[in-house]
Design a protein. Structure first.
Lengths: 559, 323
């Protein structure tokens, strides 16, 4: 028995070490460096951040952006969630699918798509307006603060939608019934029973939207920077991008720690509010049939309006991307003689950057997903199935890089892995992979933990009593049982890493572009029609992957 | 997943047989890939790798790599010619007397053969032909400050584009820093690079833009409603140099690329593929381009440029670009 015991301890130790080196070390270093100047501990970096308008304006813009995005996301997601979960609206399945669609796509594609519609004077909607009114000026200008809020709102409302719909569907209906029997009107029930009960879920969705908005890079970079509106992520990018010699990194580190502080504060506020609620038992996990509100004679009017509105908000930008991807040059009217498939031929067969990027992103996504599944699997096993001390810290360490903005994770990687510890990965494939693994460890860890919890200890005990070693037990009992969880976890890492922008844009080198970096570069260089073709390709691939993932996960649950 | 890995491995294996040559350049990627194809067709044993970005980004990258110990590029080809004087002073360029050296116009050959201009580009005024008639279009740099163009002007970022860096230094040299304030007063939109400025004008997002002549000629040839004029107070002429990095492990291959670009065939390709003005007199000009003798140039002395370009770039950012 002895050597086998050591074997699994070795595996545990290696997994924990990897996590410490990948996550603990870089983030610790970033935090430490933000307080150091010329070898001495000081707050000088922070005071400099707040004494320069170039730094505090982006900070203020970030907070405002988060706030208004949440407002818009809630205004859309809340009523939609209610309509789908609690009414007899016809076509709810379709509506739900539409609301989930933006969730599958990265917001920088959304920024590109909305540019096609709302760019001043050349977006399709503005063109239409100018054509109708014979005006020389546009109706909308996307390159503004409001433009950023709009696009981010379109990509964050699904968070609110999903959480609200879930809470409403799982809510115990008897409470509402009791209130109604006691003579409360519909509105009174809504105000006094329903809303207080789902409030924690609404808040959870809002907080997700807030964190998503303040840590997003693609939208502020493609829309805000153009209108001279900087946020923290774009300011950090600009420091690193413009001063590749690390002169701006000092300020960037302080800015990142502040950004993490904002994110942390919001998460803490959420916890504090939740701890004062006692709703846990009232929203049960069991399936209950919620009371359905009948919309009555307004049913069809509401259905048509809502469907058209959401279909427009979700699909119109995508359609315009597809249309533009066939144009010979951006801004040409959509006529038969202006259409071509040349853009697709160019990105797939002629342009070495996009070909390299597609290959590189595939290798990165496969490697990251596989590594996360392996390491995350072992870590999840330790936390769920063993009593090793300090296992809670693993949970925190694997969640941390997911909770803090990608820009900060990338910056931490640059600090740690460009020669600081005699290892220089800067500009290589490996630094991107390391960052991806750190950032997406959460998905592997959480998914596999969830599957592991469901395995009854008796199965493993039986294996061990029959004389199986830990490795055998893991291979023959645990892995087969959690296989669907493993596959789902793998895909949940594969899909986002395939189109990751925020981290990649700071870490890519001349030989290691990623797909999203290629799209960003093409868009930023003014090749809108070619960027549209690559975006369209990403959309198609992601939708197919999502479909397969859903099928696989569905199969896994049933078997 | 397996297929992805296999494709990746085969791809790597196929590349490994050729000599890899890395060029850092600001030549637009669409044109650079065509030049790559022409070069690789003539030199099938070399695989030219391109890192393409704005001059500002390329130079920052080289600075970072110098600090780390080794410049990853074998060749550098960017727009800001004064930058090559800095590289040469820092002893980073490999002196190579190209077989083509005596065929080029003398102004485009460094006296120590450390670098050669391989194309000539000019900062000019571009306008959208459906929105602006040729008579209305601004004819001088000062015309851009006319309130008529408020809100419908665009140009690229000097932190990114080396050509724009030269342009704003030349404009400040001629008209003073007050010129920048005039641009801000007209709410000029700053986009990243010159290709984007041209694309925005061609698409009709802005009436008038400041950009590079060859980009406008290319867009026009593709059917976009855009045209250019060389300003009457002088276009900013930029001989865009190419040089070999001294620490390169592929000097011989780099020399072959240099010879190719400067040869009649290479210059012909550059004219046809990029609509650049050639550096040899025996290669015909692209259609619509002026000859270098006729071209009126807004001059800026080289030492003035080297001393002041970073200062004016910072001032430009402060005055024109900040919120």
């Amino acid at each position: 028995m002895r050597p086998k015991l050591r074997m699994h301890h070795l595996i545990f130790t290696v997994a924990v070490l990897i996590l410490l080196v990948l996550v603990g070390l870089p983030l610790g270093l970033l935090f430490y460096k933000s307080f150091v100047r010329e070898g001495a501990l000081t707050l000088a970096n922070y005071s400099e951040v707040f004494s320069d308008q170039r730094n505090y304006l982006p900070f203020w813009n970030t907070v405002k952006l988060g706030f208004w995005t949440v407002a818009l996301a809630t205004a859309l997601g809340l009523p939609l969630g209610w309509l789908v979960a609690r009414t007899d609206l016809p076509g709810r399945g379709m509506l739900e699918l539409l609301c989930l669609l933006p969730y599958m796509l990265p917001p920088f594609i959304g920024a590109i798509a909305w540019t096609q519609l709302l760019a001043p004077r050349v977006g399709y909607i503005n063109k239409l307006w100018m054509l109708i009114t014979h005006s020389r000026s546009s109706l909308f200008n996307l390159y503004t603060f409001e433009g950023m809020v709009w696009v981010l709102g379109m990509y964050t409302f699904p968070f609110v939608f999903i959480t609200v719909r879930g809470a409403l569907a799982r809510m115990n209906p008897s409470l509402e019934e009791v209130a109604r029997i006691s003579g409360a009107g519909k509105l009174r029930v809504l105000k006094d029973i329903t809303i207080p009960l789902v409030l924690p879920s609404i808040m959870a969705g809002m907080i997700l939207a807030f964190l998503y908005a303040i840590s997003n890079f693609g939208v502020p970079a493609l829309i805000g920077m153009r209108g001279r509106v900087f946020v923290v992520t774009t300011q950090i990018f600009w420091y690193v991008y413009q001063h590749a010699d690390f002169t701006g990194i000092r300020l960037a580190t302080s800015l990142s720690v502040i950004l993490v502080g904002v994110a942390g504060l919001v998460l803490w506020l959420n916890r504090w509010v939740l701890s004062r609620q006692h709703g846990a038992a009232i929203i049960s996990g069991k399936s209950v049939r919620p009371t359905i509100v009948e919309l009555g004679r307004w049913k069809y009017t509401i259905a048509v309006t809502v469907h058209l509105l959401i279909a427009f908000l979700v699909l119109a930008p995508l359609v315009s991307v597809f249309l533009s991807s066939f144009l010979k040059a951006w801004g040409l009217p959509i006529r038969w003689e202006n259409l071509t498939v040349r853009n697709y031929r160019y990105i797939l067969f002629e342009y070495s950057l996009t070909r390299k990027a597609i290959l590189n992103s595939l290798m990165l996504a496969v490697s990251a997903a596989t590594s996360v599944t392996l390491i995350g699997g072992v870590l999840a096993y330790i936390t769920v199935k063993t009593k090793i001390r300090g296992r809670q810290a693993l949970d925190l360490l694997s969640t941390l890089p997911h909770a803090i903005p990608g820009t900060v994770v990338a910056l931490a990687m640059i600090l740690a892995w460009s020669g600081q510890f005699k290892v220089n990965l800067y500009n290589t494939f490996w630094i991107i992979l390391v960052a991806y693994i750190a950032r997406y460890m959460f998905y592997g860890f959480r998914n596999i933990s969830a599957s592991l919890v469901q395995i009854h200890p008796s199965l493993e005990e039986a294996a061990r009593i029959s004389g199986a070693s830990w490795v055998h037990n893991f291979r023959d009992i645990v892995v087969p049982l959690i296989k669907p969880g493993l596959i789902a976890g793998w895909l949940l890492v594969f899909m986002p890493t395939l189109r990751e922008l925020t981290v990649s844009i700071l870490l890519y080198g001349p030989k290691t572009p990623t797909i999203s970096v290629a799209v960003f570069e093409l868009q930023d260089a003014g090749y809108y029609h070619i960027a549209a073709a690559l975006s369209a390709l990403i959309v198609v691939v992601l939708l197919i992957c999502n479909y397969i993932a859903r099928k696989l996960i569905g199969l896994g649950i049933r078997s | 997943m397996l297929v992805g890995l296999l494709v990746g491995l085969f791809g790597l294996a196929a590349l490994a047989e050729k000599e890899l040559l890395m060029i850092y350049t600001s030549v637009p990627i669409e044109i650079m890939t065509k030049i790559e194809e022409a070069f690789e067709a003539a030199h099938p044993d070399i695989d030219l790798q391109i890192y393409r970005s704005g001059t500002g980004k390329v130079t920052a990258k080289i600075a970072a790599e110098r600090e780390a110990g080794q410049i990853q590029a074998d060749l550098i080809w960017v727009a800001d010619y004064s930058y090559f004087e800095e590289l040469k002073a820092a002893d980073l360029l490999y002196a190579y007397e190209s077989s083509q050296a005596d065929q080029l116009l003398p102004a485009f050959v460094d006296k120590d053969y450390c670098y050669y201009a391989a194309r000539v580009i000019c900062m000019v005024i571009a306008y959208n032909t459906t929105l602006v008639s040729p008579n209305e279009a601004p004819r001088t740099w000062l015309d851009l400050l006319d309130p008529r163009w408020a809100g419908v002007l665009t140009m690229a970022n000097p932190q990114y584009s080396g050509a724009v860096k030269v342009l704003i230094t030349a404009l400040a040299h001629r008209y003073g820093i007050v010129y920048f304030e005039g641009l801000r007063a007209n709410d000029i939109a700053i986009v990243r690079g010159n290709s984007k400025a041209a694309a925005e004008v061609a698409a009709g997002a802005y009436d008038v833009g400041v950009t590079l002549d060859y980009i406008v000629r290319n867009n026009k040839a593709q059917g976009s409603p855009i045209d250019l004029l060389y300003p009457e107070d002088g276009a900013v002429m930029i001989p865009s140099p190419i040089g070999i990095v001294k620490t390169s492990d592929h000097i011989a291959a780099a020399e072959r690329f240099l010879d190719f670009v400067l040869s009649p065939e290479g210059q012909q390709a550059i004219v046809e593929l990029g609509s650049f003005i050639p550096v040899r007199s025996d290669v015909p000009l692209p259609e619509g381009a002026p000859s270098l003798d006729e071209l009126k140039v807004l001059d800026v002395p080289l030492d003035y440029l080297m001393r002041n370009k970073d200062y004016y770039t910072d001032e430009f950012v402060r005055i024109v670009m900040e919120q």
